[in-house]
Design a protein around this ligand. Structure first.
Ligand SMILES: Nc1ncnc2c1ncn2[C@@H]1O[C@H](COP(=O)(O)OP(=O)(O)OP(=O)(O)O)[C@@H](O)[C@H]1O
Ligand SMILES: [Mg+2]
Length: 263
């Protein structure tokens, strides 16, 4: 077995008296997509915030490439190659594509005695990076982020992470607010990142999206890991039930159908 890119062992996190995560252990290998599933409030976003340096765990350890690591802040995590795209996006709507791509690491050029932001290089590089992922609709780096569709924003964020050498891509519900075509596009980009050897953690409520990209699945129920399995080991129905917190969804769906018939 190869050493996982990231390994979480017995991670627990509470906020004051509220226990949110209990003893979570997970591994992600290079070139593999781990789908993190679970109902609302199960602790998925909290877990990835531990991974991306937003929260410090109360207990447990993290290892990257077999070596213990800890993060004091999100910059620490991103410097070590963990790129996180948070739920509800974190990009700046009034920034241009080129600017947002290089935020904090802007390319510069000489201007008399000064060095100034090199808009042309930034724009060209950003547009080329997204084009390598097959996104041809983004062709002008001066366009504002706010004018992009949700899928384009997610795609741009992923392309940016890959461009800057991320090894682990963490995506918190990248397809949640998207239509069918846009979601398919983002899923394709996730598969492209996997092909390039990145490890991916993909959070979703959509069982079809999970089954499309996932090599490996972990289900959280009320902050604990309730299941951990590989592609092909569970049926779609079993996965749906686990995602609903262990409820038998087929029965619930049948019950709803009866009510609809009566009404
Ligand atoms: N900073 C915080 N302080 C207190 N409680 C918190 C904090 N952050 C999260 N929680 C609680 O932890 C639980 C898990 O939240 P989290 O956002 O991780 O769930 P989730 O699985 O991502 O849910 P969703 O699918 O709705 O995004 C929730 O009950 C939430 O209220
Ligand atoms: Mg969440």
């Amino acid at each position: 077995m190869s050493t996982p890119i990231i390994k979480l062992s017995n991670i627990s996190k509470s906020f004051g008296p509220i226990d949110v995560l209990h003893n979570i252990s997970l591994e992600v290998n290079a070139g593999e997509v781990l789908c993190l599933l679970g109902d609302n409030g199960a602790g998925k976003s909290t877990l990835i915030k531990v991974l991306s340096g937003v929260h410090k765990p109360n207990a447990g350890t993290l290892e990257m490439d077999g070596k213990p690591i800890s993060f004091d802040n999100p910059r620490d995590a991103s410097n070590q190659g963990i790129a996180t795209v948070h739920q509800f996006g974190g990009t700046f709507p009034l920034m241009s594509i080129g600017r947002s791509f290089f935020v904090g690491v802007e390319p510069t050029k000489r201007f008399g005695p000064f060095r100034i932001y090199d808009r042309k290089t930034a724009n060209e590089t950003a547009v080329r990076a997204v084009r390598e992922f097959g996104i041809t609709r983004i062709d002008d780096g001066d366009r504002l982020i706010g004018g992009l569709s949700g899928g384009e924003r997610q795609s741009l964020a992923i392309a940016r992470a890959v461009h800057f050498g991320a090894r682990l891509l963490v995506l918190d519900e990248p397809t949640a607010a998207l239509g069918v075509k846009e979601a398919a596009h983002v899923l394709r980009i996730v598969l492209e990142a996997r092909k390039r050897g990145l490890g991916v953690i993909f959070i979703t409520h959509n069982v079809v999206h999970a089954l499309t990209v996932g090599d490996h699945f972990a289900v959280l129920i009320r902050g604990a890991k309730a299941a951990d399995f590989r592609r092909g080991e569970k049926t779609r129905e079993e996965i749906t039930d686990l995602m609903a917190g262990g409820e038998a969804m087929a029965e619930l769906e049948a019950e709803i159908a009866t009510h609809i018939k009566i009404a």
